[in-house]
Every structure is written in structure tokens, then in C-alpha cells.
Design a binder for this molecule. Structure first.
Ligand SMILES: [Zn+2]
Ligand SMILES: [Zn+2]
Length: 232
């Protein structure tokens, strides 16, 4: 549910082809490509051009995945600074949505949520309790009235916060997904979200997450079901 590749995300050191090959080797059937959309990467006026790179990278990944029998879904990770620094995974975005929306990192959480709702896109906060950040204060959960779900992030620094994420999701009445925030071949962690094989597009993932009563997650060899604490 959370993968970065180096054609777009400067912090990643894997090509889309390597990402597909390595995720397949780890036993996955697919991933959502959630490359970064953030102000550290490009100025607002270049948003349109940048989004074309995001889409091109996705298409390359999807085509290569098709050759290999591996599914790649379109996603995005948007970093905003208002009301505070936070990272957001978008599930259900289409190419048209990405092209038609304004520069997403300029929006505040409530504006971003509105744009996503209008476009049928789910807004899920990534690693809501990440700490020891060099570029801003530690993270915290966003406004519950303007998010759809929370992510348990399997990277070593975030995985320990999973109980806090679960408690917060319960309190807020939101669903939880699990992702690996995949950036590099070294130190790969295993975790994720089980989805039906029949899903073909990110839109279908969003529709599925919107209506289920619990998400099925796995961490390493451990499988758990997390009830979706629905929903306003
Ligand atoms: Zn990154
Ligand atoms: Zn990420």
C-alpha cells in the first residue's frame, strides 16, 4: 500500500522494475505506487509537469508488472504543512484526478480531504506517530473529520507505533491499512494489506476499503484482522 520508486521519489533507490521484481520475490501480488508529492521536490508552478512524471512512472511500473503477472496500482503520497507537517496516502486516484486537481501539497488537511472526497479518493494518514524527524516536529494524527483511515507503517522506526495507531483508529472510527513504505532493496520488511484478487484499479481498492467491516493485515508471518471502526 506504500511504495516509492526512484524515477520520481528522490529518496528511493529502486527502479520500477526492481521494485516489482523484489516485491514479487517477497511474495506480494501487487503494490500501490505512492510516489511523493511534496514541496521539497518541485515548485508549485511545476506541479502539472511533475504529475506527468508520476503518471509515466506508474505506467512503466504497470506495464512491467503486466509482463510479470504482478499488479501495480496508481497512488500518491502527499506531504502537507497545514495545520502541521503530515503525510497522506491517496487511494483511488485516477490519472484524470491527478491532472485536474491543483498542487496538492499546497492544500491544508481539510482542503485536501474535500478534493479527495469530490474525486472519490480515500485519504489515509501515513505513519501518524513518526518521531525524531529532522525537518519538523514529531508527527501526530490529523483532524478525524478530514481523513478516511490510518496506516500502520512497517518500517522499523514506525512499526512500534502500531498499537497507538490501532487505538487512534478505534477512537476515530476509521479503517487501518498496512504498508512497507518501500524505498530500497536493503532491509526489506514484510507487511501489507490483503485485498481481493479481483480488484483491477485503485478506484476498486478505494471502493472495497470503503465498504468492508475489517481490513486483513499481515506483519512478517503474522496475520491479523483489524475491525474497521466505522464510520461517521
Ligand atoms: Zn520517501
Ligand atoms: Zn512514503
Amino acid at each position: 500500500m506504500h511504495v516509492h520508486t526512484k524515477g520520481v521519489s528522490k529518496c528511493s533507490c529502486v527502479s520500477v522494475e526492481e521494485a516489482v521484481d523484489l516485491k514479487m520475490a517477497d511474495g506480494y501480488d501487487g503494490f500501490v505506487l505512492t510516489n511523493h508529492c511534496q514541496s521539497f521536490y518541485y515548485p508549485e508552478r511545476e506541479h502539472g509537469k511533475y504529475i506527468e512524471r508520476v503518471i509515466d512512472e506508474y505506467k512503466r511500473a504497470k506495464d512491467y508488472g503486466m509482463l510479470k503477472g504482478f499488479k501495480v496500482f496508481l497512488g500518491l503520497e502527499v506531504s502537507i504543512h497545514d495545520p502541521f507537517y503530515s503525510d497522506w496516502l491517496l487511494y483511488g486516484a485516477t490519472e484524470e484526478f491527478l491532472r485536474d486537481t491543483p498542487c496538492l501539497y499546497k492544500l491544508n488537511q481539510r482542503e485536501l480531504y474535500k478534493v479527495c472526497q469530490d474525486g472519490g479518493v480515500l485519504l489515509v494518514q501515513a505513519h501518524a506517530y513518526r518521531s525524531n524527524l529532522t525537518y519538523c516536529d514529531d508527527m501526530r494524527p490529523g483532524y478525524p473529520d478530514s481523513l478516511d483511515g490510518l496506516e500502520i507503517n512497517c518500517t522499523p522506526r514506525d512499526f512500534d507505533t502500531r498499537e497507538k495507531i490501532l487505538a487512534t483508529a478505534k477512537e476515530m472510527g476509521k479503517f487501518v491499512v498496512c504498508g512497507t513504505d518501500y524505498h530500497a532493496p536493503d532491509g526489506r520488511v514484510k507487511g501489507g494489506t490483503f485485498l481481493p484478487r479481483t480488484l483491477r484499479t485503485a478506484k476498486e481498492i478505494a471502493d472495497y476499503l470503503r465498504k468492508i467491516e475489517k481490513t486483513e493485515l499481515f506483519f512478517g508471518k503474522e496475520n491479523i484482522s483489524v475491525k474497521t471502526f466505522l464510520k461517521n
